[in-house]
Design a protein around this ligand. Structure first.
Ligand code: AMP
Length: 348
């Protein structure tokens, strides 16, 4: 992984306010819109033809496009001369894979966290270090003794996951492929969107600063979320988890404290394991009928669920005197860090 000192050197050479760059996909409309509202220059890394999407949404259109033939060809030097910070999102992480580790440009947050997010095993270490309740992991599928969800390496967005109930079923359906097998948690899913700022201390304290809860979504997954209809209609089908969208969610207020604690613990464990997680992140949870909260995944960056709240959310409205999206929160943090001359604390 590129040395942090190299990234610090690059960002220290930037003059004036930095600009914000990202790949034109995932949550880029929200990221550009938020940055524009905060008066920051925006740059879209775009495939030819995709700019039409942004022409259709002029208030979220980046000030400049840099066209590439493949997202693997991030135009590093062109971005650096434009004083750019990359805001990583799900597509950025997905397309670049391990290439993220060495790209010589400041990335918002801590790129080491993206490496921890890439490996399910490392992610479980992180969640355990944070002291979170997690689903049981069947290291040996012969021990499957209850409904279990089988995840394949790299499969994100739930595609291709299989539910099995026994070793016999595992053997038939999966064979000897490399997988992670987790207990199938029963309850209601909730995906809170957090932001960690090391510069703010009023609010819910975490590590050197505070954890903010900007919103909560619930994913809509095909066919799991509508399977009752199919089964009732007499179809013989199995459950699948392909993400097709997101819907907003608010929690009963008494659960919020525990969710703030989860955010705080994830931040403080990240600090100990790999030096912290400034900026946006999300955890995926399931709440049982005993109101126990289990966490099964961490995303160490902005998640697509925040797109529901491109103006403001039922929570972010309580934190700011103007509408606040995650995209805008990111831009505010970058502006504030630039003003405090502390950009090195929030990029790597
Ligand atoms: P993931 O790739 O971990 O984000 O999982 C995709 C989807 O699979 C989630 O949004 C859940 O609907 C479902 N899922 C993942 N892990 C579990 C689990 N341990 N128990 C129940 N459902 C799960």
């Amino acid at each position: 992984m590129i040395e942090k000192s190299k990234i610090d050197e690059i960002i220290s050479s930037y003059k004036g306010l930095p600009s914000i760059a990202t790949i034109c996909s995932h949550s880029s409309l929200q990221i550009f819109h938020g940055a524009k509202n905060e008066g920051l220059k925006t740059i879209g890394i775009c495939l030819q033809g995709n700019e039409k999407i942004y022409d259709a949404f002029p208030y979220a259109k980046p000030d400049e496009f840099i066209f590439v033939n493949s997202y693997l060809d991030i135009p590093v030097s062109e971005l650096v001369v434009r004083n750019a910070i990359i805001v990583p999102h799900g597509s950025f992480v997905e397309y670049l894979g391990e290439k993220v580790d060495n790209i010589a440009i400041p990335i918002l947050g801590n790129r080491a966290s993206l490496m921890w997010e890439r490996s399910r095993e490392k992610m479980f270490d992180w969640m355990h270090k944070a002291g979170l309740k997690t689903p049981k992991v069947f290291l040996n599928p012969k021990n499957i003794d209850r409904p279990a969800i089988v995840k394949f390496p790299g499969a994100k967005g739930g595609r291709g996951y299989v539910v099995v109930n026994s070793w016999e079923e595992y053997r038939q359906k999966i064979g000897d492929k490399k997988t992670m097998v987790q207990e199938f948690l029963i309850g209601v899913r909730a995906y809170p969107h957090y932001f960690y700022s090391p510069f703010e201390n009023k609010g819910y304290s975490a590590s050197k600063g505070r954890v903010e809860l900007l919103g909560i979504d619930k994913r809509i997954e095909s066919n799991a979320d509508e399977i009752g209809r199919a089964l009732h209609a007499g179809a013989h089908t199995t459950m699948s988890f392909t993400v097709v969208g997101n819907e907003p969610m608010v929690l009963r207020e008494s659960l919020l404290l525990e969710y703030f604690e989860i955010g705080k613990k994830v931040i403080e464990a990240a600090e100990k394991l790999f030096g912290g997680i400034p900026g946006p992140f999300c955890v995926e949870t399931i709440i049982t009928d005993n109101l126990e909260i289990y966490t099964f995944e961490i995303s160490a960056r902005i998640v697509a669920g925040t797109n529901i709240f491109s103006d403001s959310s039922p929570y972010s409205i309580f934190m700011n005197d103007k509408p606040l999206s995650m995209g805008r929160r990111i831009a505010m943090e970058i502006k504030n860090a630039a003003k405090l001359k502390k950009l090195t604390e929030i990029v790597y």
